[in-house]
Design a protein around this ligand. Structure first.
Ligand SMILES: [Cu+2]
Length: 305
């Protein structure tokens, strides 16, 4: 215990958090995730040191000495040892599983009364952020390379930015407009897939004001690496001022499912249906026609065209 304390006292913050990005006070979940990560590594390193030690000990002590011939005494069917090396890994695996499941259940616990709801749409290759309670939004474009930079550095200032109020319970709804993306705020130490036709949820309370980098964590096409965003965690007052400025700029409403790609595929509704343009009812014949057209390699067309 004393040795452990001395060892830890000499550690940098980066080492103490097991080289994870950010700091453990970034959200209500980050200290728990860091704890699970660091404790797992301590246990695994202890197992490693014992295993490496025994291996080196066996190699040195039982090496062939000068003048020895033939095989040494062969040992097998040592029941106590065999039970030991079956039980111990089993306990370790069950332990890791139990602690992980416990923390995950905690992180995935929905907020009964969130202070703020955000609805995020991933799209090739950017993000639309809807501030549900304020009925306002921003529409993002993918990060652009600076045309005057010989290395094509991305222009940071134009990356889509999500504002979040500090210390507030936030429910984030995750949607996709086209293919599978993954919403990842690196310092939040958590990410989740955005799946077309399915809504996923994240529940988080940001606890530190600051700007954090986010990116898509699911290879989603040619410009996947440009699918970047920033998260600005700000005070409630700054958050209110920001969302009010969006509304003042005319961003009133929500960018919902109407902007999804593939809305004319069978089984999904076309935005034309809601725009007052009458479409012929989708009969099995027209659906089969649409599917047939796409299967033959031509562009999928709505039956109204
Ligand atoms: Cu993506």
């Amino acid at each position: 215990m004393v040795t452990m304390g001395l060892l830890l006292a000499g550690c940098s913050q980066e080492q103490l958090q097991g080289f994870l990005p950010g700091s453990p006070d970034t959200t209500n979940n980050t200290s728990m995730v860091t704890g699970l990560w660091v404790t797992s590594w301590i246990v695994l390193l202890a197992v490693g040191v014992i295993t490496w030690g025994l291996t080196i000990w066996a190699v040195v002590v039982f090496r062939r000495r000068r003048g020895q011939t033939g095989l040494p005494v062969q040992l097998r069917y040592n029941m106590p040892i065999e039970i030991f090396y079956t039980i111990v890994p089993l306990i370790l695996v069950l332990g890791f599983f139990a602690f992980t499941a416990q923390d995950q259940a905690d992180i995935e616990q929905p907020y009964a009364q969130p202070d703020q709801t955000i609805s995020v749409y991933g799209k090739q290759w950017a993000w639309d952020f809807n501030y549900v309670d304020q009925n306002t939004y921003t529409a993002g474009v993918q990060a652009q390379a600076n045309p005057t930079d010989p290395n094509g550095q991305l222009v940071e200032s134009q990356i889509p930015t999500l504002y979040l109020p500090v210390g507030k319970k936030i429910t984030i709804e995750l949607h996709s407009r086209d293919v599978i993306h993954s919403f990842w705020v690196i310092d939040f130490l958590y990410k989740k897939d955005m799946i077309p036709g399915k809504t996923n949820y994240m529940y988080v309370t940001p606890e530190r004001i600051g700007t954090f980098s986010g990116k898509c964590a699911e290879l989603c096409g040619e410009y996947h690496s440009n699918m970047l965003f920033n998260v600005k965690v700000v005070s409630q007052a700054d958050f209110d001022a920001y969302t009010a400025s969006l509304k003042a700029a005319g961003n009133v409403g929500q960018l919902g499912d109407d902007y999804n790609r593939n809305t004319n595929l069978p089984g999904t509704t076309s935005p034309l249906n809601e725009g007052g343009v009458a479409l012929p009812a989708q009969t099995p014949a027209t659906i089969a026609d649409t599917v047939g057209t796409s299967a033959s390699g031509l562009a999928i067309t709505s039956s109204s065209n």
